[in-house]
Design a protein around this ligand. Structure first.
Ligand code: HEM
Length: 512
């Protein structure tokens, strides 16, 4: 039956597949010719052909980037990745590249390759979402913080439950729901953020995108035009977008009426986007899809960060106590109110978040960009147009010159640097550059340059609020008395906390 279906499907698609195959072969030949002419040294040139190097990258990307960092520390080199060949540029080149205009160092084409947008249908052309996050969301943080804090408190309690005794929970799934609802409060407002249709879409869209991307990247890029027809998640993504449009159509209609008639307007991302939609040529359908795009950028990334932080602290009970003490002390100084200033003052929590991000990058590479026009760097390096570049962050995060004793998880590392009780190895202009949200070339957890993550200020507050309410409401422990940190899952450059791991929670007994 399955074979019958497959052959039926194949005969329907044969003409398309043949054209795609011919195109693929042509691209492959052109690209091989270019590679032969490339002057950049190739990492692992003696380790086999491109297919073998790609296979090695699939399981050992971190080691390969480390090797590249050691051999070509101040020089650009070529590397075979799951996205084909990349030029890996050294840190010092980033200073120059980041200030070049977008029509020279293009962010969109680079990111589109990362997320396989040609096949996943993810649109990243306008920068509208990034603009909205940068302008309206980040500027509203002080105003929306009380809402965010209340939502975090309620949602953590609802999702993790009473836990009168030690209760094992699949950390990632539970946190995904918490993050979806808390973020949704600001994206869509207090009612819609709790609707199951929203929660399902905002969490599963991301899951299906990742599944589709993972399946696509398991194949050589030249085979992806054909393989796409056999990846069901790609069809699911189309369905997600259709449902999102249908779900939000009446909401958008109602809000438009209110805008026309001078009614009360909501104070959330959908409304802020609607206020600017017309002047930016954004249709109602696209507005709905943008909510999915926003979920994709915001919800999984934030969930991974919180899960990794929990994995780091659950094996350090003293640290849990110290974090709680800081939270209580700062809250005491602010009459129990979690203002943005109070969050800023939680420097140990901030330091733990940054140390966790240093240890647990979600990708070994950063700054995926497309060179649209030829570039010549100050040291004479020439990067021809048509090349994809990136930089490695794993080895930077563990460089002893930048982070002394890099292989120690030091929760106080950035706390002490900010308080100037430790010498600053990087010699930043201000110690505040050791905050979680500060992007530098030595700290690229949120990317680098003008397209660095605009949502990081919101993410930082959200992560802190969720962590605060977990720590205030629950005790944590590893199942079966385990003391080792959970390992993460790896595919090529991408790394994530294991989504199946369990952490045990028990409600903190009230002392009053
Ligand atoms: C811990 C959580 C997060 C992490 C680790 C993260 C990481 C990143 C990274 C690495 C980039 C690419 C930057 C570059 O290429 O230089 C990015 C871009 C982006 N992120 Fe985040 N992000 C997080 C949370 C969020 C949140 C909460 C939002 C929205 C509220 C958001 C919205 C965006 C947008 C719109 C872009 C595209 C920026 C552009 O194209 O100019 N992110 N993020």
């Amino acid at each position: 039956m399955e074979i019958e279906q497959l052959s039926h499907g194949l005969s329907d698609r044969l003409p398309a597949l043949v054209s795609v195959a011919l195109f693929t072969i042509a691209v492959y030949i052109v690209s091989s010719l270019w590679n032969e002419k490339s002057t950049f040294p190739l990492l692992g040139a003696d380790d086999g052909n491109a297919t073998q190097r790609r296979k090695e990258y699939m399981t050992n990307a971190a080691k390969l980037y480390q090797k590249g960092y050691e051999i070509f520390r101040h020089q650009a080199y070529r590397m075979t990745t799951l996205n084909g060949e990349r030029i890996v540029v050294p840190l010092e080149a980033l200073e120059e590249l980041r200030s070049m205009p977008d029509d020279v160092v293009d962010n969109v084409i680079g990111l589109n390759r990362e997320i396989e947008s040609k096949y996943t249908g993810l649109v990243n052309e306008s920068g509208f979402a990034a603009h909205m996050v940068r302008s309206d969301l980040t500027r509203s943080l002080n105003r929306i913080n009380p809402e965010l804090a209340a939502e975090a408190e309620q949602t953590v309690h609802e999702v993790l439950g009473p836990c009168d005794d030690w209760t094992p929970q699949v950390a990632f799934n539970q946190l995904l729901r918490v993050v979806a609802i808390v973020s949704g409060r600001i994206f869509l407002g207090p009612d819609l953020c709790r609707r199951e249709e929203y929660i399902y879409a905002s969490t599963m869209y991301t899951v299906d995108v990742f599944k589709a991307v993972r399946k696509l990247k398991a194949w050589n890029q030249y085979l992806r035009p054909i393989v796409q027809y056999f990846i069901p998640e790609l069809k699911t993504l189309v369905e997600h977008r259709r449902k999102a449009r249908a779900f939000l159509a009446p909401v958008i209609e109602e809000r438009k009426e209110a805008m026309k008639n001078g009614g009360d307007l909501s104070d959330d991302m959908l409304q802020w986007m609607m206020n600017k939609a017309e002047s930016n040529g954004v249709s109602d359908g696209r507005l709905a899809e943008l909510q999915l795009d926003l979920s994709l950028a915001a919800i999984h990334t934030t969930t991974m960060a919180v899960t990794d932080i929990l994995c780091d602290i659950v094996i350090r009970p003293d640290l849990v106590d110290e974090l709680r003490a800081e939270i209580k002390q700062v809250m005491g100084n602010h009459d129990g109110v979690l203002t943005t200033q109070a969050l800023y003052e939680m420097k140990l929590l901030d330091s733990v978040m940054r140390e966790s991000q240093r240890w647990n990058p979600i990708s070994q590479s950063r700054f995926p960009r497309y060179i649209a026009k030829p570039v010549t760097l100050k040291d004479g390096t020439q990067i021809p147009a048509g090349m994809f570049i990136e930089t490695a962050i794993g080895p930077v995060n563990h460089d002893p010159k930048l982070y002394p004793e890099p292989d120690v998880f030091d929760p106080y590392r950035f706390h002490d640097l900010r308080n100037a009780t430790k010498p600053d190895p990087i010699n930043y202009k201000t110690r505040e550059q050791y905050q979680f949200v500060t992007v530098t070339k030595e700290n690229m957890g949120f990317g680098y340059g003008k397209h660095a993550c605009p949502g990081r200020f919101f993410a930082a507050n959200e992560i802190k609020l969720i962590m605060i309410h977990i720590l205030l409401q629950y005790n944590l422990r590893m199942p079966n008395g385990a003391t080792e940190r959970y390992s993460r899952v790896v595919q090529g450059a991408h790394e994530a906390p294991n989504p199946t791991i369990k952490i045990e929670f028990k409600r903190v007994q009230s002392t009053t």
